[in-house]
Design a protein around this ligand. Structure first.
Ligand SMILES: C[S@@+](CC[C@H](N)C(=O)[O-])C[C@H]1O[C@@H](n2cnc3c(N)ncnc32)[C@H](O)[C@@H]1O
Length: 292
C-alpha cells in the first residue's frame, strides 16, 4: 500500500476525516475541526462548502508531515507559514512571534487616536520598538499611508521576515536592527510623534503556566523577561521616549496584565501626562499610554 500522501486523486471529505480524526484526541472537536478546515483551505484551496459537497481533489500535499507537526502541537500558523493580523496576511516563522489579537487592539487605538484627534498623518513619524513580524509597523503604515514609519528589532532574522511582510503588503517601513536596551547609541536628534511597542513581558516564572505550543515553538527572545527585572523593556522604552518623542508625542505599549500600575508609574515618574492603563477586550489591564 502507498503512503497516504501519494493517494491521489481523493475526495475532500475523506481527507477531512483523516486529519480531523488524528487531531481530535489532542485538540477536541471544535479546534480539531477548525485546524482541519484551515489546513485544507491553505494547502488545497478547499472551502468548507467544497468539503461539504465532497469535491474531488487532484492535487497532492504531504499531509502526513502536516499531521505530525500539528500533533506535536506546533502552532498552525508556523505550519502554514502565515497568519492574519488587522485584516492582512503576514508571513511568520519561528524567528517571529505569532501576532496576538490584543495587539490588534493596540494598532486600533493608535489608528483611531490619529483619526479622531484630527492629526495630519502626512506629518507623523511613528516608531515601533520590537517589531518581530512587523505586524504593528506595517498595519500602521497601511492604515496611515502618509505617515513615515520606522521599526526596530534586535533580531536580524525577524527583520528579514518583517521586510518581506512590508513588501507583501506594499508599504515602506524603515527597519533597523537595534538593541533598545542600548538606546544611548541611537541618534538623539531623531524625534517621533508616536512610539508604540509590544516588548517581551512574560515573566520567567509564568512559563510553567504556558502551553507547549508557545513554549516549544515561539522565540523566547520575544517573550520572556526575568522576574526580578520584569519591566526592563518598559524602563528602556520610557527613557528612550523621553529623549525621542516630540512635544505632545504619544507613547503606547502593550503590557503584562499583572503589572499595569507598575508600568504606568514609570510613565508618571518620567513626566508623561494623561498616563492611563487601558484594558483589553477581555477586561485585563493590557496597555499603558502617556503623552510627553
Ligand atoms: C513580544 S515580541 C513583539 C513582536 C511584534 N511586535 C508583535 O506584536 O507581534 C517582542 C519583540 O522584541 C524583540 N526584542 C527582544 N529584545 C530586544 C531588544 N533588546 N531590542 C529590540 N528588540 C528586542 C524580539 O525580537 C521580538 O521581536
Amino acid at each position: 500500500m502507498y503512503p497516504t500522501r501519494f493517494m491521489s486523486p481523493e475526495f475532500s471529505r475523506q481527507i477531512f476525516e483523516q486529519l480531523y480524526t488524528e487531531f481530535l484526541p489532542i485538540y477536541g472537536e471544535n479546534e480539531a475541526k477548525s485546524l482541519t478546515f484551515l489546513l485544507l483551505e491553505h494547502f488545497l484551496g478547499l472551502s468548507k462548502t467544497d468539503i461539504v459537497f465532497n469535491k474531488k481533489v487532484e492535487q497532492v500535499f504531504d499531509y502526513q508531515n502536516v499531521i505530525e507537526r500539528i500533533k506535536n502541537q506546533e502552532p498552525v500558523q508556523y505550519v502554514i507559514g502565515e497568519t492574519e493580523f488587522y485584516g492582512r496576511k503576514f508571513k511568520v516563522t519561528p524567528d517571529t512571534l505569532i501576532p496576538r489579537p490584543e495587539t490588534e487592539e493596540l494598532v486600533h487605538s493608535v489608528v483611531s487616536g490619529v483619526k479622531n484627534e484630527g492629526k495630519k498623518p502626512e506629518r507623523l513619524k511613528i516608531l515601533d520598538i520590537g517589531t518581530g513580524s512587523g505586524c504593528i509597523a506595517i498595519s500602521l503604515a497601511c492604515e496611515l499611508p502618509q505617515a513615515e514609519v520606522y521599526a526596530y528589532d534586535i533580531s536580524g532574522n525577524a527583520l528579514k521576515i518583517a521586510q518581506e511582510n512590508a513588501n507583501r503588503n506594499q508599504v515602506n517601513v524603515k527597519f533597523e536592527q537595534r538593541d533598545i536596551l542600548q538606546f544611548s547609541e541611537i541618534n538623539p536628534a531623531e524625534k517621533f510623534d508616536i512610539i508604540v511597542s509590544n516588548p517581551p513581558y512574560v515573566m520567567d516564572s509564568e512559563a510553567k503556566e504556558m502551553h507547549k505550543n508557545v513554549l516549544d515553538f515561539e522565540p523566547h527572545l520575544a517573550l520572556f523577561v526575568p522576574d526580578d527585572n520584569a519591566l526592563i523593556f518598559y524602563e528602556a522604552i520610557v527613557n528612550f521616549a523621553v529623549n525621542h518623542l516630540k512635544t505632545r508625542g504619544l507613547c503606547i505599549v502593550e503590557i503584562n496584565q499583572q503589572l499595569g500600575l507598575e508600568t504606568a508609574a514609570l510613565f508618571w515618574n518620567k513626566g508623561f501626562s494623561h498616563t492611563e492603563v487601558i484594558k483589553d477586550l477581555s477586561g485585563k489591564d493590557r496597555f499603558v499610554r502617556g503623552i510627553m
